[in-house]
Structures are given as structure tokens and as C-alpha cells.
Design a protein around this ligand. Structure first.
Ligand code: ZN
Ligand code: MN
Length: 478
């Protein structure tokens, strides 16, 4: 019995985060708006109107192309993709066909166990979104808000070999989109959609079998599940001697099953032709340079630099470069701290990230600035406050927006290392707890932990635990 491998390619649609739509002045993001409120004669395709290209769409798409190592074309064209569907009021979608905005390119995927794979894309093009049909009380209703929302479409080569790799690709793409600041890439809101082309072949074969296309996958978890289910289905079919047909399959997220939608269209079905109402897109050298200047250091590069420059372990560097704002935060804190970057990394990964998760806020919303964080670590280093006070100081700074130094001063948080003050507290405890003192003197010396705890409590956490313990041993021995 042959063993099979999966051949997977992903077709992604990315919603760019422009304020307005691609060919009109309607608001692009309708997530919180009632149906059919962000529409106009242009995006609903009324007769006699003309589209006007939003140039920001080109700039953002070209930035993505450059980050994907693709060749931005000096000249590209819009085409009409004709098909009939209720949510497409014009009867065609304005897209790009044979002269797309960019060609070639790849996304680098880290492989488990080290190494990288370059997942290729053949082209990257821009197009408008269609509306959506909604089931409501047994009726099919149409919401045109999404019509004309700017999209980038990218199709990978057949380079992915498992559901897990497909999931990884989508995660890295999402990271890149947010990193570049060109899309929120929120799959639940449809900002990032993926269709998967799946086929199987015996391991070692170099030909391709007919593939099926899975549509309507709206989370990374579902993508993994849907591809897994489809690979299993295809293997069963082939093993029982049935030919795989090029179907389009619909992923039903609630039921967790695939359903056949239709036999797959071919390109000829769309009768593409040039869009006569729009000029070609021109990206000359000057414009390309200007966009290139916006290209930040990319996540994997930055991760490698964090390991190299700051001596961080792989694990830390990976988490810290998950989001660009977090990387910026970390580097700023290191600069203010001026010493051991690993120490800063520990505080960011353990405490700052926990705070962000608990409070459900973004890095750039923190009142605890990188400068304040560095200041708190320095206060702990200088033994002005102990570590646990340092951790609660983080929360206080975040709650009030006041500087750590000001809070230490106004709340009297500085550690009590003054021996006289600690001695007084201890003598008081010894006087008030004769039973525990007797227990200690009777040989059960482990009870000293209880005394230390009492002293910490009475000093409101400010007594130095080491000094307290030594002094307790001394005084209890008397
Ligand atoms: Zn409009
Ligand atoms: Mn498309």
C-alpha cells in the first residue's frame, strides 16, 4: 500500500486597512455597521458611474509585495472578472488578471527542528471585494457593505506539505501583515481569508493529481481541520479506486465537515477582459523607492538580530518579535536600562505580557512605558525595592501613569533595611507570641518561616527577608 503526501497551496485574500474603499469614497471597514450603510452608486454598480482608484491601495499592496520579495511591475492593469452572483451587483469584479501588480516572491517559513522553507507566490494582485449574502428568517438577504473593499490576492505555489505547514504559513502571513501595518488581518472579521487547494500523491511521485479547493475557512484552527479532513477523504477515495474530481468544497465550521459546492470553474469561465474605465497602474522607480523606504526590518530578520545582538535565546527572540510594537518596546526598554538585555526580556515576557493579556490591551496602550519599566528594574537592582514590590509597582505605574520614582516616594515603598526598625518589629512579635517562641526553643526551628512572614506582614513587605531572618535567629537564641 503506497504512503501518500499532501500537496497544498493557499489562496489568500487580504483586506487592506484603508479608510475608504478601492474605487469610491465609502468607508471601507463596516464591521460594526448595519447592512447597506456604507454604499454608493459606484460600489453598488449603478449605471453611468465611474470608478476612481484609491492610490493608497496600490502603495500598501506594493509594500506587501516588497516584503514578500516580489517584483513590483512598473505597469499593471485592471481587468473585469465576469460571473453572476447576487452579491456582485455589477455582474463582474474589478480585479487584475494577466498583468498583476507584482510577480514572483516568497514567504520564509521556519520549519520545526530548524531550517527554513521558502513558500513561493506566483503573483500578487489587487481587486475589490464582493458583498455578502446572509440567511435571515428563511430569506436570503444581501449586504453590499463589503462591495469595493480593497483586497490583495496572493496564491502560493504547491509548496506546503501538511495541514500544520498550511497553518504556519497563515500565521506568518498574519504576523507580516500586522508588522507592516497594512491590515488588521483579523480572520474572524474576514480581513484575512484563505482557500486551500489540496491534492495527494504517493510519496516520491513528481506528478500532480487533480486538486480540490476548500472555501469558507475562517480561522487557522478550521484551516488545519478542513485540510486534514480532505486529505483523509482523498486517500479513502483513491484507495477504493475512485478518481478525485476537481470540486470546490465548502467547509461547514459548525458541523466540522466539507460539502461539495460545485464543480470548479476554470479561468475561461470568467471571460476576463481589460477594465475600460480605469487607467493602468504605474509604479515608477521614484514611487517604488518611496515605498521601499517604508519597509521595516522584517520579523525573522529582527528575531535573528535579537539573538545575535542581545544574546537572547531562540524562545525569547521569537516571542519578542511576534509583534512589531512588542519588539520596539523591548528595544526601547533595553536602551533605557543600558545593561543585561536578558534581564529586560524576562521582565517583558513574564510581567509585561501577562499584564497585557490580563488587561486585554495593546502594547502601544501601556502606561508602563519602556522607560518606566527600565526604571523599575534599576530600583530592584539597587535594592531600593525588593522584587515583589517591583512587580506590584508595575501594576501601580500602569494604573496611575505616574513614574516609579514618584510612587516609591509617595507610597513609601522603599525597602526597610534599617536594622533598628526591623529589630523593633521583631521584638514586638516575640513579645506577643510566647507559644511560637516556646515551639522554636523546643527545637522545632522550622517555625522561623512563620516569624519571617509576620515581620514581612508588619513591615508591609518592605523588610529585607534575609536581614530579618538573621536577626530573628539572633534574637530568638537569647
Ligand atoms: Zn461606494
Ligand atoms: Mn480573488
Amino acid at each position: 500500500m503506497p504512503e501518500y503526501e499532501a500537496i497544498i497551496g493557499l489562496e489568500t485574500h487580504i483586506q487592506l486597512n484603508t479608510k475608504t474603499k478601492i474605487f469610491c469614497a465609502c468607508k471601507a471597514d463596516s464591521w460594526n455597521d448595519p447592512p447597506n450603510t456604507n454604499i454608493c452608486p459606484v460600489c453598488t454598480g449603478l449605471p453611468g458611474v465611474l470608478p476612481v482608484l484609491n492610490q493608497l491601495v496600490v502603495d500598501k499592496a506594493a509594500l506587501l509585495a516588497l516584503a514578500m520579495h516580489a517584483e513590483v511591475q512598473p505597469l499593471s492593469y485592471f481587468d473585469r472578472k465576469n460571473y453572476f452572483y447576487p452579491d456582485l451587483p455589477k455582474g463582474y469584479q474589478i480585479s487584475q488578471f494577466d498583468m498583476p501588480l507584482a510577480r514572483g516572491g516568497y514567504l520564509t517559513l521556519p520549519m520545526p527542528g530548524g531550517g527554513f522553507r521558502q513558500v513561493t507566490i506566483h503573483k500578487l494582485h489587487i481587486e475589490e471585494d464582493a458583498g455578502k449574502t446572509v440567511n435571515h428568517d428563511g430569506q436570503r438577504l444581501i449586504d453590499f457593505n463589503r462591495c469595493g473593499v480593497p483586497l490583495v490576492e496572493m496564491v502560493t505555489g504547491p509548496d506546503l506539505r501538511s495541514p500544520e505547514e498550511a497553518a504556519q504559513y497563515l500565521m506568518r502571513l498574519r504576523q507580516l501583515l500586522r508588522w507592516l501595518g497594512i491590515s488588521e488581518a483579523d480572520m474572524e472579521k474576514g480581513h484575512l481569508r484563505a482557500d486551500a487547494n489540496v491534492s495527494i500523491r504517493p510519496i516520491g511521485a513528481d506528478y500532480f493529481n487533480p486538486k480540490t479547493e476548500i472555501k469558507n475557512v475562517n480561522s487557522i484552527v478550521s484551516l488545519r481541520e478542513a485540510i486534514t479532513a480532505e486529505i483523509e477523504r482523498q486517500i479513502k477515495q483513491v484507495e477504493s479506486g475512485v478518481q478525485i474530481e476537481a470540486w470546490t468544497l465548502d467547509w461547514d465550521d459548525n458541523a466540522g465537515v466539507l460539502r461539495k459546492m460545485r464543480s470548479k470553474e476554470t479561468e475561461a469561465d470568467y471571460r476576463y477582459f481589460r477594465e475600460p474605465d480605469l487607467l493602468p497602474i504605474r509604479v515608477d522607480e521614484a514611487r517604488r523607492e518611496k515605498i521601499l523606504a517604508e519597509l521595516p526590518e522584517l520579523p525573522l530578520k529582527r528575531k535573528a538580530r535579537f539573538m545575535d545582538q542581545y544574546g537572547l535565546p531562540d524562545y525569547d527572540a521569537d516571542i519578542l518579535t511576534n509583534e512589531r510594537s512588542l519588539s520596539d518596546y523591548f528595544e526601547a526598554a533595553v536602551a533605557y536600562y543600558g545593561a543585561d538585555p536578558k534581564r529586560v526580556s524576562n521582565w517583558v515576557m513574564n510581567d509585561v505580557l501577562r499584564m497585557i493579556n490580563e488587561r486585554n490591551i495593546r502594547v502601544d496602550e501601556l502606561q508602563l512605558t519602556p522607560e518606566f519599566l527600565a526604571e523599575i528594574i534599576k530600583l530592584v537592582d539597587a535594592s531600593t525595592i525588593n522584587t515583589s514590590t517591583g512587580k506590584s509597582l508595575l501594576e501601580k505605574v500602569e494604573n496611575t501613569g505616574k513614574s516609579p520614582a514618584a510612587l516609591v516616594e509617595s507610597e513609601g515603598l522603599a525597602r526597610v533595611s534599617d536594622e533598628d526598625a526591623i529589630r523593633e518589629i521583631i521584638l514586638e512579635i516575640i513579645k506577643n507570641n510566647p507559644d511560637q517562641v516556646a515551639t522554636y526553643k523546643g527545637g522545632k526551628t522550622t517555625i522561623i518561616g512563620w516569624f519571617v512572614g509576620q515581620a514581612m506582614k508588619q513591615s508591609r513587605g518592605k523588610a529585607d527577608p534575609q536581614v530579618t531572618r538573621t536577626m530573628l535567629e539572633e534574637l530568638l537564641a537569647q
